[in-house]
Design a protein around this ligand. Sequence first.
Ligand code: MCN
Ligand code: SMO
Length: 781
Amino acid sequence: MASEIAGEGIGARVRRKEDARHLLGRGRFVGDIQMPGLLEVAFLRSPVAHGRIRSLGKPQGQEDAVFFWSDMAGIEPIVTRSSLPGYKLSAYYPLSHEKVRYVGEGIAMCVAASRAEAEDLAEAVSLDIEELPAVTDSEAGKAADSALVHEEWGDNLCLVTDFDSGIEAVAKTAPVKVVREYKTARQCMHPMEGKGLVAYWDFQADQLVVITSTQVPHLIRTGLSECLGLDQSRVRVSPPDVGGGFGYKCLLQPEEVAVAWLAMTRKGAYRWVEDRREHLVAGANARQHHYKVTAYADERGRLLGLDAEINVDIGAYSVWPFSACLEAAQAGGNLPGPYDFRAYRARTYSVATNKPPFAPYRGVARPGVCFAIELTIDAIARAVGREPADVRAENLVQAAQMPYTNVTNKHYDSGDYPGSLAKAREMIGLAAIRERQKGREADGRRIGVGFATYTEQSAHGTKVFAAWGLPLVPGFEQATVKLLADGTLEVRAGIHTIGQGLETTLAQVANQVLGIPLKDIQVKLGDTASTPYSTGAYASRGIVMAGGAVSKSATELAGRVKRLAAHLLQCKPEDVDFRDGRIHAGEASLSFGDIGKAWYLRPETLPDDIDTNGLEVTQGYKPKVDSGVFSYATHAALVAVDPETGMVEILDYVIVEDCGQMVNPMIVEGQAYGGAAQGVGTALFEESPYDAAGQPLASTLIDYLLPGPTELPGFRIGHMETLSPYSAHGIKGVGEGGAIAPAGAIVNAINDALRELGAEIGEIPATPERILNAIFAAQPA
Ligand code: MCN
Ligand code: SMO
């Protein structure tokens, strides 16, 4: 076990470097950018879910301010390829033409001096659409007589996958069989800052410059260049501060292509910023799964096999580059979770519907699968009449089994899953809660406790993405470190910072190797003009991958610094070491500035056989295995449910997490709390429902409920720190984990509270209405 350290290196609880500008309002987001002649863009969006455009007309005299697809000659639609057999392609047009496939799909792009005027122009466009029957449900969409989102497909199945390690024998012989159906709601992702970009033509560099709020700047360059038919060398993507991404900003958005096209062809400067309503009705969605699960167990509740059908409502198009099928691939692969069993069958359906496209969202499928498997574990415990925490503990992969390769070939590298459960059980006070449940609560409410344990694959390798059909997403990162003449250090990486603290933690990694104080380290991220290639910040890969690359580059730089110091101090490089921000050899010492000065300003003092590579190093890094490194956690929730109103209050919430070596424990805790807050939204509040015509019913934040401080519990956290054998410094990712478990833990707690009433829910969000319906359904007629 590693431990927290006092300095500023790996393990230190230092304040975030980026917070100074954010807290003083000096961040620079897309909306803050000022530029002479900057014009604002608004989109006319489809009012119907499915329809054929009969006619489209520009307001008179506005031909140069309103644009349709027919104006965009030479541009390619967004087409996401996949190597998975049977996967069906869709063409996602930056502006739709002929057909529209969801409410909110862009049809016309309007340009004016202000957003308000651009919106007025959009209203003045004449549009006639023949409405077609809409597909709004993944189950109905599978039926042979369903309307078709893409006629040329012949059905609505973008991808069907089958996995069977051999369930038949277990299905015939298992003494306990539990059958359940689960549903998770469609959600929006709600980063604080919506999607947006400024695009302009830089005449000096003869380049298109795209300042876009993204997690994946280098990928956006690739995608834009493909769609626009512009050489990559003529595209610079320069991301500003990003006010949250959560997966929503790891896609090439149609608006990005459209606005970049304007800048490329008009050679002007244009901005589009998504507003809340656009986010709610036109932005990519997430999370909507429908599970049919049969679990087999022995009389003690030991899981013997799992048979599942998983439907994912993928919306109308595949997003680039992750495709609409990543979700189902992740769901099928991750449903077994942290449990030890070998008989597993899963069939997944990625069903196209007339809704906005489906995108990865913090946890990517795992919040759904964790909900499904964790409710199933509790259902098994109920079926065999045992304490769910005991049944869970016995089914988890045990510490002595590590490293453990599970039934879907996930290689769990290290950790103590039952240990995290035991600690969570103790922290929440399970024994005392069971005692308390024997009495009555004074206010008539019922209390319940629930647990959920999960694994969080992080820093996936190239082969993992390739197996998901996504060959263009490599599993490595690069970083540059450069010692400057005054001894300060520049760290540059192509990964971007989206609120998760990389400006601080990458500096901490460099400090760990070189000892240069954090105040003397500048971290510059994301700009394709000044950083090495990167695939970006997603899949909880940032600190493992980019941190590994900084560590490797800094180690190479350390060697070069030691050789120069040895020359200046007349000793051997082996005798040089770094301490207290200085370079020591015996009694003598130098500052990093002395080295910088010698190299840049006093070359005559350097040896003849000097290494002319100098003090700037770029190295690439990937962990030792392609399967990634696995973090894990157990969440425990104590809730009170009012059987009269169906209201739920979270009384206590405990997180026991293990992300290997923590680089900054304070940031890790922030990650866990922020993720868990989103998970509480998934469990209790957030839902983006559609009516039968495909109209979104939650188009404001009055209909779409986001949890705020008053709904959130005071999360309590416990850390474990099992170093990964496969990554630099034993670091594992943590960015998504917090969001994975809350639905499982909270709904298990609700069902525990409803137990004496014989009621159980399997659909989230667990609204008062759903809870009351379950209570009524359980009452004797
Ligand atoms: N960290 C650490 N020690 C560890 C692991 C992580 O100190 N052992 C810190 C690092 O600063 C790291 C951060 O925690 O950057 C998140 O960890 P990591 O798992 O490496 O995630 P990424 O850097 O790749 O960030 C992406 C990840 C994802 S996939 C989503 S979704 C998500 C998340 O991060 N989106 C976020 N956390 C977010 N946090 C904020 N504030 N905003 C988002 O949009
Ligand atoms: S959903 Mo996170 O960007 O992998």
